[in-house]
Design a protein around this ligand. Structure first.
Ligand code: 5GP
Length: 297
């Protein structure tokens, strides 16, 4: 059955035209950067813009230096990707397969960066994490914890909430990349999930406290440690004491811990002052991109 095109007003038609031109321009810029070698294939795949997500995978591979149409065909065939597939429609299995085929065929692939974000409680780390969660270039690790869920927290989304016994078991089986105790509960990063995301060329974001950050530094010297700092100590105290979910004792403990955490700022590679979540998120993304390029060299 033929579809009837929606009736567009002249304004809507003009807006659609502008959108199409912008999209074409964005795609052309990305392809130019790709052929110059300024960005890599997986950076394009992880570019969240709609115009890029709608680009055909074949068009992308064809534009990459040293790939060419014959190799494009082979890579897509081996990865089980149909000729008409668009970037946004790639499944994680196809991405993984494409990546390993590219490595086998000596097409340069930049690895994702492991980014550790720490900072005192109340500084706004979880707001930054939520903001970045849906970015296609970023995979946010979901930690395991023994603490009770807060109101509005969902198991499997904010944390995997587990018993003390289960946590013991995860440590014993070496399933945690790092773990630490904080304000009376234990928190840890699941090892396999992080490895899997890095394997897909994603930047992995760990929002963890400082003892955990130190363990990551030891386990992976290439990891980038970023400290999120409040605009001022007074502002941090304000934010911590206005949180209604904690008991007075827990609040006092968090304040004391925040003071200790602020003193560790010098152990980090970068410090970002959290004036605005969008700014910090953009800075984290460019740091991650820079770090993964450095690793490629
Ligand atoms: P909250 O209980 O407020 O969610 O988190 C308390 C602290 O634990 C925060 O500083 C948070 O960054 C940290 N944290 C969350 N997950 C992990 C983890 O997997 N490992 C470590 N070491 N710290 C974590």
């Amino acid at each position: 059955m033929a579809t009837i095109p929606p009736h567009l007003t002249p304004e809507a038609r003009a807006a659609a035209g502008v959108k199409a031109v912008t999209a074409r321009r964005e795609r052309a810029a990305v392809k130019a950067a790709l052929s110059e070698g300024t960005i890599g294939i997986f950076e394009v795949i992880n570019d969240g813009r709609e115009s890029i997500q709608r680009m055909r995978v074949s068009e992308l591979l064809d534009a990459a230096p040293g790939v060419g149409s014959r190799r494009t065909y082979t890579l897509m065939n081996k990865a089980g990707i149909s000729e008409t597939r668009r970037i946004g429609g790639l499944g994680s299995h196809q991405l993984q397969k494409l990546r390993s085929e590219m490595i086998l065929n000596k097409v340069p692939v930049s690895p994702g960066a492991l980014i550790v974000m720490s900072g005192p409680g109340g500084v706004g780390k979880s707001t930054i994490t939520s903001y970045l969660r849906n970015h296609p270039a970023i995979w946010v690790s979901v930690s395991v914890t023994t603490r009770e869920p807060r109101e509005n927290e969902k198991d499997g989304h904010d944390y995997h909430f587990v018993t003390e016994e289960k946590f013991d078991q995860l440590i014993a089986q070496n399933n945690l990349l790092e773990w630490a105790e904080f304000a009376g509960a234990r928190y840890g990063t699941p090892r396999d999930a992080v490895a899997k995301a890095l394997d897909l060329g994603k930047h992995v974001l760990l929002e963890i406290e400082i003892a955990g950050a130190r363990q990551i530094r030891k386990a992976d010297p290439k990891a980038l440690l970023v400290f999120i700092s409040p605009p001022s100590w007074e502002e941090l105290v304000d934010r911590l004491t206005s949180r209604g979910t904690d008991s007075p004792e827990r609040r006092a403990a968090r304040l004391a811990l925040a003071e200790e955490e602020m003193a560790c700022v010098h152990e980090f590679d970068e410090v970002l002052v959290n004036h605005q979540v969008e700014e910090v998120a953009a800075a984290l993304l460019s740091l991650a991109t820079y770090r993964s390029k450095e690793t490629l060299k």
